[in-house]
Design a protein around this ligand. Structure first.
Ligand SMILES: [Zn+2]
Ligand SMILES: [Zn+2]
Length: 421
């Protein structure tokens, strides 16, 4: 039993923002209220901390099976717990691809024996994510997937997307798309603009993403299926999502901490800044900040993408896309969104909890009877992120050595303390 005393409880689902105690008994929340008592419980003094429902990360790469030198389900979820996440959704681009129930079962079983937080796998849209025929989506759903995506690549054609959305509608699964128009992407390594010209690196325009978002929104309208745009990075893409929402379509989107923090002016020849979609222009970044504030963006997702040094620490051109992100996500959000005055605290919590839950068709509430998943964090704890000290097996972060004010302090999953600072 855990008794969390005197924290500021913020729960967007119940519109709570008050100093309260939370009692967790077994794997469930037993009570939320003022001045609770439980003689047998371990007491956690949360004075000065925020007590929130457990954070959910809709988008990450845990690399297992197949790439265990970069990450495992065990190391990745330990890193997630250090970042305040109580549930993470790994993308299917493992080796083999999670495109059938036996791979899904492997991930679920491995998580049951080694994961620090809940693992909700995402299955592939197409067999081997090759974009030709649908994967075994119904069987994967039986085995535990919460969504489908061919992340790493876009869903290959409007026809395949239509098939997937029609199929997933009956299964009540969202289709998550990594939006990218292949002919514009063509070998690019960063965002096209004066910075790519200055560096002499091949760039892709923002339209690489937004053309595909436009296609997807029209297919969502055609099918009535649930569409979620992964790592949205361009103003025009967000404008299309806004239009879709105001037309009443079930279209949602996520933004990563690196896309709301950095601009292409921060990108040099350092391969730690190489991500896909690439770090955007200032105007695009400002549009993302506006969407995070006003509700157009549904969730913050990390796209945690570990790569071992042997592959990532090479010339910008040759390095793979991606950066790790679990342990800096909340601190970046506190710094860039909350301390800057751009968003309120309940909105920040929403972007990590009820927002991503809604995308998955789940609920997330800090209330009696709900799962004992809680994220406790501080808005002013001073600390410095050192990538080498991360629980991840990889250290590819451009935020290495960045000093922060605000941090995850304790992560509780199913009534157990998964991380304490
Ligand atoms: Zn992607
Ligand atoms: Zn990804």
């Amino acid at each position: 039993m855990l008794l969390i005393k005197n924290g500021r409880v913020i729960d967007p689902a119940t519109k709570t923002d008050a100093t309260l105690d939370v009692l967790v008994d077994g794997d469930r929340i037993a009570a939320v209220g003022p001045k609770l008592d439980a003689a047998a419980a371990e007491v956690i003094d949360a004075s000065g901390w925020i007590v929130a429902p457990g954070f959910i990360d809709l988008h990450c790469h845990l690399r297992e099976p197949g790439d265990e030198s970069s990450e495992t389900i065990e190391s990745g979820t330990r890193s997630a717990a250090r970042g305040g996440f109580t549930a993470v959704c790994p993308m299917p681009n493992t080796r083999p691809v999670n495109d059938n129930a036996s791979v899904t079962r492997f991930i679920v079983d491995c998580a049951a024996s080694s994961a620090a937080v809940r693992v909700w796998p995402i299955g592939a849209v197409s067999a081997s994510s090759k974009g030709e025929s649908l994967a075994e989506i119904a069987a994967m759903k039986q085995a535990g997937i919460v969504a489908v995506s061919d992340d790493g690549h876009p869903v290959a054609s409007a026809k395949l997307l239509r098939q997937a959305m029609e199929y997933c509608r009956s299964l009540n699964l969202p289709v998550i798309d990594h939006c990218e128009e292949a002919s514009l992407f063509a070998g690019a390594v960063m965002r096209e603009g004066d910075q790519s010209l200055r560096l002499g690196l091949r760039g892709m325009p923002a339209a690489t993403e937004s053309i595909c978002v436009g296609r997807d929104v029209q297919v969502a309208a055609l099918t009535g299926g649930r569409l979620h745009i992964a790592h949205l990075s361009a103003a025009e893409s967000l404008a299309l999502v806004r239009q879709a929402k105001s037309a009443g379509l079930p279209v949602t989107c996520e933004v990563t901490p690196h896309h709301f923090t950095l601009t292409d002016q921060d990108v040099g020849y350092d391969s730690r800044f190489k991500v896909n979609p690439p770090i955007a222009s200032r105007a695009d970044r400002d549009a993302l900040l506006a969407g995070l504030a006003d509700g157009a963006v549904d969730a913050i997702a990390t796209d945690h993408a570990p790569h071992e040094p042997a592959r990532k620490d090479v010339e910008f051109d040759r390095a793979p896309f991606g950066m790790i992100g679990f342990e800096t996500a909340l601190a970046l959000a506190i710094d860039e969104l909350y301390h800057s005055g751009r968003i309120t605290l309940p909105r920040l919590v929403e972007l990590f909890t009820t927002g991503p839950a809604r995308v998955l068709g789940k609920t997330r509430r800090l209330a009696e009877g709900e799962p004992g998943d809680l994220t406790l964090f501080s808005l002013d704890h001073p600390w410095t992120f050192h990538a080498a000290e991360s629980a991840s097996r990889s250290h590819n972060s451009p935020f290495d050595n960045r000093a922060f004010r605000g941090a995850p302090m304790m992560t509780i999953v199913a009534g157990r303390v998964a991380f304490r600072r």
